[in-house]
Design a protein. Structure first.
Length: 605
C-alpha cells in the first residue's frame, strides 16, 4: 500500500527530520470555540518540535524516567499533542478515558503500573472530570501528580507549564535515540472496565512501521490538511488523527476541545472544510451519519477523502457524503487497539464499498474457523466466513499482562471479528462475535437489519441487538434515532425494513425510536449500552406482570466478569421481598440465560 513521505526511524529522529525539512510549514491550527471564523492558534513544525522538546525536558527535570508509565488524561487542546508526544519520548504514555468512573480508572492505573498521573488543567466536557481524576490520585497517593495546559491550577498537582518554559527547545536533556526498539512508548487500555483490564503495549518498532504504513494508507503527507476531532484516549484520536498525520508532515486542524462530540463542530463541519481547505477528514460512522443532514453553505472542492473505521457504515451514508462533497471518497478501514489502530484499509481509488480493504504492508490477515478447544483453527476458503486473525509488525505479540487464548498457538491475534476475504484479498467484516444475534440457533448479523433501516429517509442512526427470550434464546430488536426535524412512526420503519429483508428470521420483533442512541467516548454506537437496556426491559416486563406491584421492583444491568451481563433487582417499595415473592420472581425469570441477583441494600446501587 506504499510508504510514507518522511524518512523512518525512532520517534525522536522523525521529529528532528520534521523540524529540519518542514520547519516553516504549519503543523497545527487550534480553534477552541468550534467556530471556523474564530482566529486559530497555530504552530509550525519547528515550533511543535521545540514545544515537544521543552515538555520532554520538563518531564525529565521532574524525575520522569524511561521506565515510568505516564497515565495521561487530556481533551483536545493547543498543547495536548505536543504533551502526548513528549510523554512517548520520555517514558511510556498511557492514555486513559476520563469519562470512566474513578473506581474503574483506579483499577486501570493499577494494572498499568502507572507512576505518573498527567492531566490537563481544564475539561469542557464537565467539571466533574477533574474531581474524578483528583480522587484517583487520592486513592493512589504514590503517583506523581502533574498538570499542563490552560486553566486554573489543579490542586495537589505540579504544573508542567511553569517548568517547561524554563527548558531549552533546541536539545533533549535525555535523548531517546539509543533506547531499544522494543521499548514500550504507549500503553492503551481496551475492553471492559471490570476484571483484569486489557492493556495493549505499543513499541518503538511498532510505531516506526505504523507511521509508514498508516501514513500511506490515509494519504497523510506534506501539503495535506486533516480535520482532527477524535478523543486522545483512543488510538483513533491519539494516532490515526494525531501522531500519524503530524509525523508524516500533514497539518492538523483541531476544531474545539471536545472535537466531534461538540454539536457546534458538527454543525460547522463543512465550513471548517472550506475555511481551511481540508483535504482529509477522519471520523466514525456516527459523525458521517450526522453530516448527511447538513447542507454545505458552498461548494466542497478540497476534500479528497474521509477515512472512517470503528463500525460498519451504511451505504446510504457513503453515497450522501459523495453527493455533498463533489465525490470525496469515504475510505473504510479496520483496526484494533491491539494493531495500533488502522491496519487494513481500502486503497485510494480502488475502494470496494462495504469492504474495509486490504492489509497494510507488514500485516497479514486470515479467516479461520475454531471448533471446541482448537487453539489454531482451520483456514477458511475464499469468501468463507469465520473469525479474523491477524499478525504483523504493528500487531501486539501479547497483552501487557498476558491473557490466555488471545493468540492462536501459531502466533496470530484472535480479533473476535467475523469476516471473509474475497478473491482480490479484500476483507469484509460481517460482525463481532459478541454482537451476533442468535435466534433458535440461527446466527443473525445485525447489519442485515441496520442497513435497510438506515435507508429510511427519516433515520439517522440504527442499532440492532438481541433481546433475551426464553424460547428462542434471543430475538432481534431495532433501535433508531431520527434525523433532526424528521418524524416517523415505529410501525412505519418496521414495515420499511421488512420490505427489504432477505432473511426472514432477522425481522425485528420491535422497533424503538429513541431520542439518542448511546455512543461511546470515541463516537461509536455503544451496542453494550443498548443490549443492556434491552435486557433490563425484558426482565422489567416479566416482573411487572406479577401481582407484587407494591414492592416496586426495578431491573437494571451491570457488567459481570464471567457472564458478561447480569441483571440487578432492587426494591423501591415496601421493603425487601420475602421468600415467597422471591420464588415468584424466580419462576417468572426461569428460562433466561442472563443471570440476576438481588440488591440487598434495598435500592439502586
Amino acid at each position: 500500500m506504499g510508504q510514507s513521505h518522511i524518512r523512518g526511524g525512532a520517534l525522536i529522529d522523525r521529529l528532528e527530520t520534521l523540524a529540519s525539512t518542514l520547519g516553516g510549514h504549519l503543523a497545527q491550527s487550534y480553534v477552541a470555540s468550534g467556530d471556523p471564523d474564530a482566529d486559530p492558534r497555530e504552530l509550525t513544525f519547528a515550533q511543535l518540535v521545540g514545544d515537544v522538546r521543552r515538555r520532554s525536558n520538563a518531564l525529565s527535570f521532574l524525575g520522569v524516567a524511561p521506565s515510568d508509565v505516564i497515565a495521561f488524561a487530556a481533551p483536545l487542546s493547543e498543547t495536548s499533542y505536543p504533551m502526548l508526544v513528549a510523554g512517548m519520548i520520555t517514558g511510556t504514555l498511557a492514555p486513559v478515558n476520563y469519562f470512566l468512573e474513578a473506581d474503574a480508572l483506579i483499577r486501570i492505573l493499577g494494572a498499568q503500573g502507572a507512576t505518573v498521573l498527567l492531566v490537563h488543567r481544564s475539561f469542557d466536557d464537565g467539571a466533574d472530570i477533574l474531581d474524578r481524576l483528583k480522587r484517583v490520585h487520592e486513592a493512589l497517593p504514590s503517583l506523581r501528580f502533574l498538570s499542563f495546559g490552560v486553566g486554573p491550577a489543579v490542586e495537589g498537582a505540579t504544573d508542567i507549564e511553569s517548568v517547561a518554559i524554563a527548558q531549552t527547545a533546541s536539545e533533549w536533556i535525555t535523548p531517546a535515540r539509543n533506547r531499544s526498539r522494543d521499548h514500550v512508548v504507549a500503553l492503551f487500555h481496551t475492553g471492559g472496565t471490570t476484571g483484569l483490564p486489557k492493556l495493549a503495549p505499543h513499541t518503538e518498532a511498532m510505531y516506526d512501521a505504523m507511521l509508514a504504513s498508516c501514513g500511506a494508507g490515509e494519504g497523510t503527507a506534506p501539503a495535506e490538511t486533516m480535520l482532527s476531532g477524535l478523543p486522545l484516549f483512543h488510538t483513533s484520536g491519539a494516532l490515526q488523527a494525531g501522531v500519524v498525520p503530524l509525523f508524516n508532515g500533514t497539518r492538523l486542524v483541531i476544531p474545539s476541545t471536545r472535537g466531534f462530540r461538540d454539536p457546534k463542530v458538527i454543525a460547522n463541519y463543512w465550513r471548517f472544510v472550506r475555511r481551511y481547505s481540508i483535504t482529509i477528514g477522519a471520523g466514525v460512522p456516527t459523525v458521517l451519519a450526522a453530516l448527511t443532514a447538513i447542507e454545505p453553505d458552498g461548494p466542497i472542492s478540497s476534500l479528497k477523502r474521509i477515512v472512517v473505521g470503528g463500525a460498519p457504515i451504511a451505504r446510504a451514508t457513503i453515497g450522501r457524503i459523495a453527493e455533498l462533497t463533489n465525490g470525496a471518497e469515504v475510505v473504510e478501514g479496520w483496526g484494533m487497539t491491539e494493531t495500533c489502530g488502522f491496519s487494513v484499509m481500502n486503497p485510494h481509488g480502488r475502494t470496494k464499498v462495504g469492504s474495509v480493504g486490504i492489509p497494510f504492508t507488514g500485516v497479514e490477515t486470515e479467516i479461520r474457523k475454531f471448533v471446541g478447544g482448537d487453539e489454531v483453527g482451520q483456514r477458511c476458503a475464499v469468501d468463507e466466513a469465520g473469525e479474523l486473525v491477524v499478525r504483523g509488525d504493528i500487531v501486539i505479540k501479547s497483552y501487557f499482562v498476558p491473557r490466555r487464548g488471545s493468540h492462536t498457538r501459531d502466533g496470530w491475534l484472535r480479533t473476535g471479528d467475523q469476516g471473509r476475504i474475497d478473491a482480490d484479498g479484500y476483507l469484509w467484516i460481517t460482525g463481532r462475535l459478541k454482537d451476533i444475534i442468535i435466534r433458535n440457533g440461527h446466527n443473525i448479523d445485525p447489519a442485515v437489519i441496520e442497513e435497510p433501516a438506515c435507508q429510511h429517509p427519516a433515520v439517522q442512526l440504527a442499532a440492532a441487538v438481541g433481546r433475551p427470550d426464553k424460547y428462542a434464546g434471543e430475538l432481534p430488536v431495532l433501535y433508531v434515532q431520527l434525523k433532526p426535524g424528521a418524524s416517523a412512526a415505529a410501525e412505519e420503519i418496521e414495515a420499511f425494513v421488512r420490505e427489504r429483508f432477505v432473511e426472514r428470521a432477522a425481522a425485528p420483533k420491535a422497533v424503538h425510536i429513541v431520542a439518542e442512541i448511546p455512543l461511546s467516548g470515541v463516537g461509536k454506537i455503544s451496542k453494550l449500552k443498548i443490549r443492556r437496556a434491552a435486557i433490563a426491559a425484558v426482565f422489567q416486563e416479566e416482573i411487572d406482570r406479577l401481582p407484587i406491584a407494591a414492592l416496586k421492583i426495578r431491573a437494571r444491568t451491570e457488567e459481570d466478569s464471567l457472564a458478561g451481563e447480569r441483571v440487578v433487582l432492587s426494591c423501591e417499595g415496601l421493603g425487601p421481598p420475602d421468600a415467597d415473592r422471591r420464588q415468584m420472581v424466580a419462576q417468572a425469570l426461569e428460562g433466561y440465560t442472563v443471570p440476576y441477583r438481588w440488591d440487598e441494600t434495598g435500592g439502586a446501587a
